[in-house]
Write a protein that binds this ligand. Structure first.
Ligand code: NDP
Length: 434
């Protein structure tokens, strides 16, 4: 930790994994002998760069760009780009570190990486966002490629931004290298179900957890935090599975709609018009109410789906949720639950699906996009969704089986960390000291 001062989110993510894998190290002394832990915690490469751009008034701005290429034992580095003012090296490293194990868990040939910038897209015009993306890619292009490092979206980077980034890559390199980035639009090499994949996958994962306990989403009261890409498609799939999503949020506050969120309206407000979530409540008339500046976790529910950002569920929020009757939590976001919160959920017997497992459907479908790009093929929506569902079932089953194997039945955190770690560690051993 002393080698990475101040990177608190990175420390938190490392600690969580290391706490789980003690029993594996005891069983496999060869991992310790070849210093797998020390190697896996050190990124293979980290790139930090200047991103200069000009706003619509002609004022010059300088942002900082990052790409942390963490581990390529299983395949090219793979992980999204985040544009948010809170981004600094510690956030990018925590996300990159998590990504190694998540990608391993999918069983697909992808290594781990992550990137982004402290650029704040809020309130920026489309042309400003485009100029920023072009400047960002003007440096990033020399570090990525379909066999090297394949970025995608994350907070603040959706289909629009991926389009601008890919366009600039294509322009600079004069190569139509579709497999260099995922999350592309369907008209230029994107894959069916990629947009929906993280949210759908998370709902599938929680559905499996509920089934393992002899229940289902049917008629359950659900709260989803956030109202971005992951949240919207989590809500969509839960509604299809019979759940009633009664609240969602953004950084300004949350809305409660006891009749169930009107998803078409929410998409119109958040995705099309890019407004704040209070606009949803206004347009719903008396049906829904907006609560500014408070945590959505005060709304009682049976299932909680944190889908906004890291550390959004504190220990106190977890206590409130348990008291309100929460029986399952599926992390759509990365590391949304603080360590104290995880402990409270697990002690209360709540089925807790950690992000590494529950939100792996996004990157898994990105790997399927890479497969389609490599074979110049495109699969149907139904086929792609079936593949996603199979992958999520398989991840769920392996988490449970691994937790059982190590004497921690029902502990999805241990199952995910151990299973993800073993595959990467074995590949690193096989590849020698690199
Ligand atoms: P979006 O930018 O589409 O949406 C993010 C949502 O979370 C917005 O509603 C945003 O509100 C809210 N939010 C973000 N930061 C904060 C904050 N600091 N406090 C309160 N609310 C916040 O991002 P995604 O939906 O893509 O990502 C959400 C989470 O899911 C992230 O943790 C991401 O790493 C994770 N994830 C995403 C995947 C993907 O495929 N996109 C894959 C796997 C994980 P506001 O607009 O007000 O900021």
């Amino acid at each position: 930790l002393h080698r990475n001062p101040g990177e608190i989110e990175f420390h938190q993510a490392v600690r969580e994994v290391l706490e789980s894998i003690g029993p594996v190290l005891a069983k496999h002394p060869e991992y310790a002998d070849s210093k797998i832990i020390e190697r896996i915690c050190e990124p293979e490469r980290q790139i930090i760069f200047r991103v200069p751009w000009e706003d619509d008034r002609g004022e010059v701005h300088i942002n900082r760009g990052f790409r942390v290429e963490f581990n390529s034992a299983l395949g090219p580095y793979k992980g999204g780009l985040r544009f948010h003012p809170s981004v600094y090296l510690g956030i990018v490293k925590f996300l990159g570190f998590e990504q190694i194990f998540k990608n391993s868990l999918t069983g697909l040939p992808i290594g781990g990486g992550k990137g982004g910038s402290d650029f704040d897209p809020k309130g920026r015009s489309q042309r400003e966002v485009m100029r920023f993306c072009q400047s960002f890619m003007t440096e990033l292009y020399r570090h990525i490629g379909e066999y090297t490092d394949v970025p995608a979206g994350d907070i603040g980077v959706g289909g629009r931004e991926v389009g601008y980034l890919f366009g600039q890559y294509k322009r600079i390199t004069n190569r139509y290298e579709s497999g260099v980035i995922t999350g592309k639009g369907l008209s230029y090499g994107g894959a069916q179900v990629r947009t929906e994949a993280t949210g759908y996958g998370c709902a599938f994962f929680v559905d499996e957890m509920l089934k393992a306990r002899g229940t289902s989403f049917d008629g359950k009261r659900v709260v989803v935090s956030g109202s971005g890409n992951v949240a919207l498609y989590t809500i969509e799939k839960i509604q299809q599975l019979g759940g009633v999503v009664v609240a969602c949020s953004d950084s300004s506050g949350y809305v409660v709609d006891d009749a169930g969120i009107d998803l078409d309206l929410l998409k119109q407000v958040k995705d099309v018009e890019r407004l704040r979530v209070d606009a949803y409540a206004k347009r719903r008339g008396g049906e829904a109410s907006f609560v500014p500046g408070r945590s959505v976790w005060e709304v009682p529910c049976e299932v909680a789906m944190p889908s906004a950002t890291q550390n959004e569920i504190t220990g106190r929020d977890a206590e409130t949720l348990v008291r309100g009757g929460c029986v399952a939590v599926g992390e759509g976001a990365n590391m949304p639950t603080m360590p104290e919160g995880i402990r409270i959920f697990q002690e209360a017997g709540v089925a807790f699906g950690p992000g590494k497992a529950a939100n792996a459907g996004g990157v898994a479908t990105s790997a399927l996009e890479m497969q389609q790009n490599a074979s110049r093929d495109s699969w149907s929506f139904e086929f792609s969704e079936r593949r996603l569902q199979e992958i999520m079932r398989d991840i769920h089953a392996r988490c449970l089986a691994t937790a059982d194997e190590y004497g921690m039945p029902g502990d999805y955190v241990a199952g995910a960390n151990i299973d993800g770690f073993r595959r990467v560690a074995d590949a690193m051993l096989a590849l020698g000291l690199i």
